[in-house]
Design a binder for this molecule. Structure first.
Ligand code: KMT
Ligand code: NI
Length: 178
């Protein structure tokens, strides 16, 4: 399953786990309250997986492509990693299915503290539109991920501050009382 924890604020290598001492774990239920969803699938059969097909149908994930994040496969690797690690939001959900390797998604909680979510092969994760987040490789420096989208993909990232966007206001309102 997924593991998540609060991180320290040191600017040491972003690929390190940055756990607090003692570790301060975050449960799936707490992630759910922030609008993060998670499924575990069998990534060995992603090309023919009926479970994935069902999920894509149910959720309307019509678009998909595959990105392999490694210095030899991704053009402008260093620049892209820098961009991914800038705190940002999107106007749509960010939906990623990890087909191989590992990575971290960092998301902000209600009190604006960073939570690090460790994802690896078989994890399908969705970050809600309007949540501030960032992405980094871990120390293994390899991730292969399926990117899913409802309709035509929009990759635009709005770097923080992006509080004036309607979707941000809507997301913040959705946290009320949860
Ligand atoms: C994003 O917008 O944060 C990303 O696309 C991260 C890299 S995709 C595994
Ligand atoms: Ni993003």
């Amino acid at each position: 399953s997924l593991e998540a924890w609060y991180i320290d604020s040191s600017d040491e290598d972003q690929r390190k786990p940055h756990r607090l001492q003692p570790n301060q774990p975050v449960s799936l239920e707490e992630l759910r309250k922030l609008g993060v969803c998670h499924w575990k699938l069998n990534a060995d059969i992603y090309e023919t997986d009926p479970e994935l097909e069902r999920l894509r149908k149910d959720q309307g994930y019509s678009y998909m492509d595959i990105i392999t994040i490694h210095k030899d496969t991704l053009p402008n690797y260093e620049d892209k990693l820098k961009m991914f690690f800038e705190e940002h939001l999107h106007l749509d959900d960010e939906i990623r299915y990890i087909l191989d390797g590992h990575a971290y998604f960092d998301i902000r909680d209600k009190e604006d503290r960073w939570i690090r979510i460790s994802v690896s092969k078989g994890d399908l994760i969705t970050l809600p539109a309007g949540i501030y987040h960032r992405f980094t490789m871990d120390e293994t420096n390899f991730t292969k991920a399926m990117r899913l989208f409802v309709g035509e993909p929009v990759w635009k990232a709005c770097n923080r501050p992006a509080d004036h966007f309607d979707i941000r206001q809507k997301y913040v309102a959705s946290l009320q009382g949860s």
